[in-house]
Design a protein around this ligand. Sequence first.
Ligand code: SF4
Length: 128
Amino acid sequence: MQEGALLPRPLESDWKWQEAAACRAYPTEMFFHPDGERGPRRKAREANAKAICASCPVISNCREQALALHEPYGIWGGLSEEERVEIINRRERNKRFGLLRGDLETNQEISLQSNSVDSNTNSIAQLA
Ligand code: SF4
């Protein structure tokens, strides 16, 4: 069997939006920091990249893909590396909290049902 034959084929719709990317007209160095770049120089480069993203017609597609793929480097969808990590962590916290809240609600429902069964049992016991 050919390697990768069982993997799903990439869909054209998954990447087609990239053809409209505003950054295609600019050098990639504007979006990815060189080794050791820090401080005001880095901030200035990121601000310029984000300004291009702000005018990009596919910023939503780009941002969600970068977040979904946990893109580790560069400006994507107008977000820096640190901003993406913050959003990803917040989404995961919210997801966990949502699940936890769902568990609590389920436990409360079970508790309420249990109380209802107990009161029914008591009612039945009183009738008996
Ligand atoms: S949002 Fe920015 S990084 Fe993403 S495709 Fe548009 S210009 Fe490029």
